[in-house]
Write a protein that binds this ligand. Sequence first.
Ligand SMILES: N[C@@H](CCC(=O)N[C@@H](CS)C(=O)NCC(=O)O)C(=O)O
Length: 223
Amino acid sequence: MKLLQFSTSHYCRKARLALSYKQIAYTVENLTPGLHALRLKPLTGLTTLPVLLPEQDGLPTVIADSTQILRFLQTYQPHPSYELTDPVLQSQAEMLEDWLDESIGVAARFVYYQFRSREGKPLDPSLSSQLVIQVVRWQYGINAIAVDLATKRLDIAITELAHRWKQPYLVGNQFSVADIAAAALLSPLARIPHYRQAYPWLFERIVEVHHCCGEMLPPGLEK
Ligand SMILES: N[C@@H](CCC(=O)N[C@@H](CS)C(=O)NCC(=O)O)C(=O)O
């Protein structure tokens, strides 16, 4: 299998966590932001990563979107499973995954790129890095008002997760797509001191999920 990705994307991290959890061998192709659309449009009709190419007879040739990739991997290799045995709980896990994908992953991107262009500039002040950050800010319309709204959305999300992640897993007593999505999509916050100081438990959980999957820790959490 081949994963088309941006190496720094938190949505691509979600796909890598699932591949590692299922111990599926895969290669990666890192695409260049800006040029990625030329490769992706003819393949998927979309411009977003991750995209999985199963590269095996009898399987779909291309799977776009992290959620679809996780669904595919669960049917391709059911064990170890991240599907809850209780269908009601599985549906809750899928709803949480969708909320994390559509709302919280986007909010984390806004807050992260705002940080990297301001207080977090010293993390990589190089012209090339700052240029990429400015292009991303322009591409997604990241401005002070949008960042303020994203910050509020993240506060609500973290409060909700605080209740659920008191137990080892976000839903029920099994590892699920919700744990994978939360660990990946909130991982950019690990670079931001305010979140590290305010929510140490969140980063402990993110590290645990990475250990559980056997995936390398995100920047800011490496030992
Ligand atoms: N819902 C999608 C979101 C993926 C996404 O937003 N990917 C970003 C990278 S973090 C991307 O590819 N952006 C490039 C673009 O929109 O052209 C998923 O879960 O796969």
